[in-house]
Structures are given as C-alpha cells and as structure tokens.
Design a protein around this ligand. Sequence first.
Ligand SMILES: Cc1cc2nc3c(=O)[nH]c(=O)nc-3n(C[C@H](O)[C@H](O)[C@H](O)COP(=O)(O)OP(=O)(O)OC[C@H]3O[C@@H](n4cnc5c(N)ncnc54)[C@H](O)[C@@H]3O)c2cc1C
Length: 362
Amino acid sequence: MTAAAALGKRGWSVRVHEKAEDLRLVGAGGLSMFENALRVLEAIGAYEDTVAGANPFIGIQTRDEKDRVTSQQRCNVGRRVYEMSRTQLMNAIYKAAARAGAEVLSGSEAVGVDPSGVVRFANGKTAKADLVVVADGINSPNRDSLGLRVKRTPLKDGAIRIIVPRLPQDAIDLDRNMSIEWWVGIRRILAVALSETELYLALTTLDTDTEYKALPLNKKLWKSQFPFLSSALDRVTTQGRWDRFETIKMDRWSKGKVAIIGDAAHAMAPNLGQGGACAMMNAIGLAHSLDQYANMSQALDAWEREQRPLIDHTQKWSTIYSSVTTWPAQARSMAFAAARQVPWIQKIAFKAVDHNPIGCAV
Ligand SMILES: Cc1cc2nc3c(=O)[nH]c(=O)nc-3n(C[C@H](O)[C@H](O)[C@H](O)COP(=O)(O)OP(=O)(O)OC[C@H]3O[C@@H](n4cnc5c(N)ncnc54)[C@H](O)[C@@H]3O)c2cc1C
C-alpha cells in the first residue's frame, strides 16, 4: 500500500489487489513506527492520520520475573517514535494511496505472476501491467510462482498479539510512556499503550511451548508466570493471533517486470520493530528508483543495490536478538544492560531507525 501511494504520487496509474474482503481487518495488534518509517509516512501523506491519538512513547525497558527493571533506555532522543494499532496505520496508508489515485480492490486474490507483468487471479481472470509489485506477505504465493530462490528460516520463537482495553490503573502499573518487556525464562510479554484507551500485548515464547502458544490464550498459565500483569491478562477477550518468527532471504528481489517487497522478500523477526519500516522504506525507494531510470531493469537493479545492505543488516540483528531467548536469565539481563550502554551496539541496533529513507525528499 505504501508502494501504491508512492507510485501514485509520482504519476503512475496504480491498482492494488488485496485478498482480504475488509481492509480494516488486515493486521493484528500494534506496531512501533520509528523515525525512518515516520519519514516515509510523511512523504506519502499518511503521517497525520497515523499518529493521531497514537502513543509517542519515550523509551524501552526490560524487566525480570520479579518485575524489577533490568535495563532501560530513551529511544526518542533526536528521533520520533509512536505506537499505534495496525488498523490505524493501515487505514492511514490506505487513505494516502487513495488520495494519490490508487484504485484498491479488496477481495481480489492474486495467485501467480509472470515476469512479463501478467498476474493471475483466483477468479480465473488475468491482468497485465508495466510493473507488478508483489507485497503479499511471508507466505507469498506470487513470489513463489516466479521460481526465484527463496530461503525461509523459521526462528525458534513466535508471538501472540492482542489488544486489550487500557485502564487508568495501567498508568501506575505500566508507564504509558515506556514500551516494557518482561522476561521470565523463555517467555516474555511486551506491553505498550497504543492510545488512551488501548493497550497492546505481545506474548512471545518458543514455538515448541505448545500450551503457552495455544489460542485462545491460556490466561491462567500466563498469569502464573507474569502475576504482575494479571489485570491486563484478565482483560483479554479476543482470540489473538500466533505467528512464528521467520527470516526470508531471496537471491534477487525482482524478475522481469516484477518487484518483490516487504515480508514476501525480506521478512525478519520483529525484535527491532523494523519489519514494517523496512517494507515501507523499500517501497518508497522502489518508486524513487523508477523515477531515476527510464529503463525498468536498470531501475530495479539500482533499487536493490541501494536498499539491500540496510535491510540485510536489520534482518541479521533482529535474528541475533531472538537468540537470547534461550540464554540463562542473568546472562540475558546483563547483555541487555550492556547493550543499552555500549555506543557501537546502539549504532547497530538503531541503524535503520536513523537512516534517512531514499525517496522521501520528493
Ligand atoms: C509480533 C510482530 C510484531 C511486529 N512489530 C513490528 C513493529 O513494531 N514495527 C514494524 O515496523 N514492524 C513490525 N512487525 C513486522 C511487520 O508486521 C511486517 O514486516 C509487515 O507487516 C510486512 O508488511 P507486508 O505488507 O510486506 O506484509 P503483510 O503485512 O503480511 O501484508 C500482506 C498483505 O497482502 C495480502 N495478501 C496476502 N496474500 C494475498 C494474495 N494472494 N493476493 C492479494 N493479497 C494478498 C494480505 O491480506 C495483506 O494485506 C512485527 C511483526 C510481528 C510478527
């Protein structure tokens, strides 16, 4: 959808085919949007709608099984950061794409794509375009139909994402200005306010942790491990959603007239809050490259050359973060505390956040 807005703004005639019947239902839980993503949102005209009523949190904190703070850091110094629901972000980008002239067809499932620019749909119809942008997520059937080499690496962990009502007492239990992650053994719960009325919980554990990853959420089990979050866990009334983390790597992000972006091309563990941001940076970078070169194949080559190093870096460090899941608690706490203070680790962790995305200056 970001690509649709960015291309539409540059004069392309764009049509988005979205499998879901109802765009408002796409996505679950909340998202952090850091400075890099916010710049893209500004450039496509989606910023105001994205941050309206969202939570401008100021820092990241980790706590242990006794609710003691083990590390914390400000993350908004010289950069903006907001937490909002996925629905709010999606709606904001959708509206920007529509304003840029993109036509959005919901309930339209693409099942395969050809390098010549022909797309096949589940209803048997086909369409041809000068450029096809494949952005259908981690399990992308359209990416797979191209016959490019795709390396999928499932990680050991995954998360259940849930939004619960936020109550006044959460301001005491959970500092609304912090994004707090409690670690108990192999399990962790991230809690961060999305707005005055919504609280987002991401409950992460190993994929082998069958009882804890089950849906609907086993509140009794989770409360026994995280008693200080009992009030918030009691407010869970929705099913939630479990996703195992996964890394996707492709040898190439394009073939002929087809470009692949977002999780379909470069999914990563969500530990740095950068998967969506990378998808959005890559989308606007694609539109920018197409502006710079008259020849499509040169544009796609230049785009991948420019975007790939930062996305590869971010994927790598997100995966490394996941590996601390199985560390002994004390070693993990010490690693977090050290990482929050060592400048070169901070530089690595915030490299994407502090990047000025290509194509935002239009
Ligand atoms: C627990 C968790 C927390 C995260 N937190 C953050 C965060 O804080 N910040 C951040 O930047 N990122 C975060 N991410 C990563 C982020 O969610 C993804 O990187 C991002 O959603 C990728 O966007 P996408 O458009 O590529 O794919 P998706 O979001 O998966 O969207 C794909 C779209 O394609 C549609 N579709 C699928 N198949 C078809 C088809 N055949 N035809 C037509 N349409 C189709 C789907 O309905 C969907 O709308 C998190 C991820 C997880 C799992």
